[in-house]
Write a protein that binds this ligand. Sequence first.
Ligand code: BGC
Length: 443
Amino acid sequence: MSDDLPKAKHDHQLLPFPENFLWGAATSSHQVEGNNNDNDWWEFEQSLPVNHRSLTACNQYELYQKDFKLARDLGHNAHRLSIEWSRIEPQEGEFNQEAIEHYKKVLHNLKQQGFTVMLTLHHFTNPVWFAKRGGWEDTKAPRLFERFVKKVVPEFLPFVDLWVTINEPTVLTFMAYLIGVWPPLKKSKWATFQVYQHLAAAHVRAYNAIHEIIPNAKVGIAQNVSSFSAFHHHSIREVVAEWAADKIANHLFYELTGKNTHDFLGLNYYFNRYISFNGEKARIPSLVDVQITKKEVSDLGWEVFPQGIFDMIMDFSDYHKPIYITENGIASTNDDRRVRFLISYLEEIYHAIETGADVKGYFHWSLLDNFEWLDAYKGRFGLVEVDFKSQKRTPRPSAYVYKEIIEQNGVPHKLLKLLGHGIHIEEVNVKSEISNNKSAKHI
Ligand code: BGC
């Protein structure tokens, strides 16, 4: 071997995360609580075969203490959960104090155990009365949501650190009103347009209402962000389509609401999407199917693409707001894959932080296997396995890997070995013109 060949330093250190980093997991009420029989999803599920219904889900409505204790034992210092609007306001304008008291106990329990609490006020489900009077198409919808927010925030404020007004408004609009596979099963461009505006207005109202009650509150949304890229970079029309898709799917909601109604950015990252025109004559771009790219996918067929989370964080860093990864995870019954997923995505988040992004926390989706909407119990996202018959919880090995990462506040080298070694430019024993020239970064 010649001496002038570049030598990589063999770095055995951990990839450290910032001090006070939040480490936790996320869930949502309908997916874990069970028996949410006053909402539009429950109603919709009754038209599906029994194995597609949420039923008792994880029965977390009753088992919350055990679940939070488990999360604590697994090292988590933060937790994201949602409250169920339909339990709190089962009839229009009538609030159920018992449900409010229940959630106070739930949130108090989290606080008692020392968790930083992120509370989502709307996670896909709507009370049946709300859906019946027109759901999010109703021009009154933003005001109805605001009334709910004004009612619950004073009740829960001692226990909540971070408020998420609406989970994935873009996904909700797309699934329920554009392709019409979620309740209310609409397929209408006009409804899509209206609903999106109403969700934006609802967020702004909720943001202002929370700030009136708690002036220094931290309020945001959890936005599903997908990394889009042109399948053929030489194709101008694909590059333009990439830009448009990114704008509409990732950024439009922030533009409609105004960036000043977001104290932080909550990013849910699951999808990498290649965009292409299917054939020379195609007029409309479409997403390239993973059947074509043959990339590694989850049990639900979603591509595994760790680099995408780096790209999205860097993209959103331009907003100059604190960032929380409010969801990220993989549906897999093969836990080795979850272990690799966790390490590789955290490695990319580490790089984003090193590049200057202000990432303050990571909430893995999910703490438990739970009701995965149209995929019901087929998609297993849990760090903890749930036997839905006995309600037994069994932490998977990935839960302990995560625990170790949390304890070290970083990704230890011995875990990185599972992925192979990443070699960084500073560690390579050669000073090339490019690595010496800072401006070259922008080439
Ligand atoms: C949603 C969750 C869902 C997860 C996995 C997110 O879009 O917020 O409710 O379970 O993705 O599909």
